[in-house]
Design a protein around this ligand. Sequence first.
Ligand code: HT7
Ligand code: ZN
Length: 870
Amino acid sequence: RRVIRLSEYAPYPFRVDSLALAFDLDPAKTRVQATLRLTRTGTAADLELDGEDMTLVSVALDGETLPADRYTAGDGKLVVRGVPDAFTLDVVTEFAPAENTKLEGLYVSDGMFCTQCEAQGFRRITYFPDRPDVMTRYTVTLRADKAAYPVLLSNGNRIEQGDLDGGRHFAVWEDPFNKPSYLFALVAGDLERVQDGFRTRSGRDIELNIWVEHGNGPRCTFAMESLKKAMKWDEDVYGLEYDLDLFNVVAVSAFNMGAMENKSLNIFNAKAILADPDTATDAEYEYVESVVAHEYFHNWTGNRITCRDWFQLSLKEGLTVFRDQQFSADMRSAPVERINQVRSLRGRQFPEDGGPLAHPVRPDSYIEINNFYTATVYDKGAEVIRMMHRLLGAEAYRKGIDLYVERHDGTAATCDDFAAAMADAGGRDLSQFKLWYSQAGTPQLRVTETYEDGVYALTIRQHTDPTPGQPDKRPLHIPLEVGFLDRTGQPLPVRLEGEDTAADSRVLELREAEQTFRFTGLAEKPVPSLNRGFTAPVRLVETPHTDADRALLMAHDPDTFARWEAGQQYAVDLLLKMVAARAAGSNEGPDTAAFVEALGSSAADESLDAAFRAQVLTLPSDDFLAEQMAVIDIDGIHAAREALRRDIARAHGALFRRLRDTHRAAAGPFAPTAEGAGHRALANAALSYLGLDAANAKLALEQYRAADNMTDAMAALRVLNDLDVPERAEALDHFHDRFKGDPLVLDKWFSLQAMSQRPDTLARLKDLMGHPAFSMRNPNRVRALIGVFANANPVRFHAEDGAGYAFLVDRVLELNSLNPQIGARLLQPMGRWRRMEAARKALMTRELDRVLATPDLAPDVYEIASKARA
Ligand code: HT7
Ligand code: ZN
């Protein structure tokens, strides 16, 4: 298991001038002929190509079959000795796509051929320099049985097609753009086409196709609309236009992640394409919209400009996530989008950054690159771009993008290249800022205040804890937006001492371990609103806020995000005190009345957006609370959160009934709009409080039965799922019978049971693994049942007897040979053992040791297990 290091990067010593691939597709034995034209650009005598899990049939150089003593194949490489300066290499390989359970390279999903080459799947198709800085032009010939695989697709344009003997046919595709091997794709299958078109701003007509399993065409309407919106948005906001005449999207059922941006042939997990009112929730519609946009945006940020090496992954992913976040904010409510991003950052990225798997946005070493498609590379990476956007301002940021494209189009670039374009366009020194790329860990800010003689001073200290391999941290360059309110909630001017201008809000730039900012022109001590809009991905571990300040900010902060945030911080404080009181065996918890009152006022405030009010009603997650504790008290956190929810439900029963009824009515007949989704979210947030009382089971069942959409049906099921009432089984059985023919929808039924608080949950999961729709070979099923159990059911997963851990590890070991990429991901929650109490620590480490003692561990699983255990 070799460790790959950024510091060892060296350019490839050959240029690949072109690549022709010819596939004879057969599930049991596919044959690939690759013809590479190569030119030496460095000093290496031998040619080294990557290749894995294939049979090498023959190698020919300039048309002459090479004798076996001219090359060696093994250990993931083909080495051809003593090659000339310029030559043609023909390599023939064979393998069985039907037996490819890793879903990397060429495989079969529901009877169709498809590929997944990022990051290193291409080397499972043919021998090639499988690294993103080797770009070339591809011509691809596909040959397959015509009846079974009438549709043959690859990247670029189809330049030829026809029939062959024996019921076979062929198609030839040519991609006019240079690309790295990870963007190669092919699809062959019997598929339904949903066709549409888009006229670009320069007047070119693009053919758009979405290809799905027969019968699923009507479920693609929303994805197609999303694609057209994304194409338009990228022209309007980034000045970026699509560059081919054809754009294909294919949905497949067995897929390791959400989707893949292969040049002009995006391949999607069916989950990220299919949406209709009966089967998709509002959140799933939104997911489809953002994934379709994300993959489309990669055409420029990823494909036209790609990554020099995989350490630069955030160059394309952080930037493209930021772009899809901007897009969603423009399509929907910007503050609500920001709230959801911050929830996810806190729920997934902060724990990663504070645990044994912490790594910088630009990692400096890895064993298996698949393990680095993380919340840090994606979501913290997006926060880094967002901070640059904030530091430069929208206009200079856009100039920076233009400059980046001008300098690097058609090449493989680095994060430094991106930052240099931003620094040059914005006329800013970003050298300290770039530490965000290389330094892991979430910075903690401590803020104190003084007010004397009309001068208000904020002293801000920053600190980042050590992370693996990085014991000492340097201060970061942090943009922190602040505003001031008076005691009645009116905004006060923000004016730095020595400056003439005052503003309602202002971005402070922190650069030192401790800094004091002095503000003048204030007749009273203001209440500060800190990190408005979440301008920096930091933890405010100490602020001068009192409970009364928080209630004031909840009610009056002009920044909508900050109003939500004040409520969350208030809740966190209370909940942690409740956990501490319970742990001390005390019945005397903190007084929750003022908080409950403030929450009710926000929820009742008709001047606020419904979607926002639903967010206010959602308390911080168990995971986020766990992050704040030195030793995590799983049961205590859960009990406290439930207790606070009950306090809220008791105080506001009448309000919640009213909200449920009026916003259900306001939503009207289902349409997947942001506005309708907002009404449904608020009505269902209210229902979730009402549903704490088993007497409301009937109300939930009625909603389930009457629902004209999946959002309302699922909200009702979630309520019933945690109640011990006959209505629970009635609704779950009904759902099962209705959707048993649609595994993608049945995933929700699996997940509900995996999330259940009932004591028999684990036993039930074991039964469900025998359900005819369940398969360890389909990642969606695995995530729905096992992933949800390990990540969204802390109480049952962390059961005191350790049975939850043992179950998870059994599944990981099964996946170690079937699909190690998915196995490694599943193992991640086990890294939390350090923060658990002694008994759970022992159980968790014993299970990690069991993984490490297993022979033939895949590098993916070994890397996570060893780092998690360290
Ligand atoms: N760029 C893609 C990342 C990816 C992937 C996708 C599907 C299956 C396996 C994969 N490995 C890496 C997805 C994206 O960020 O757009
Ligand atoms: Zn991406």
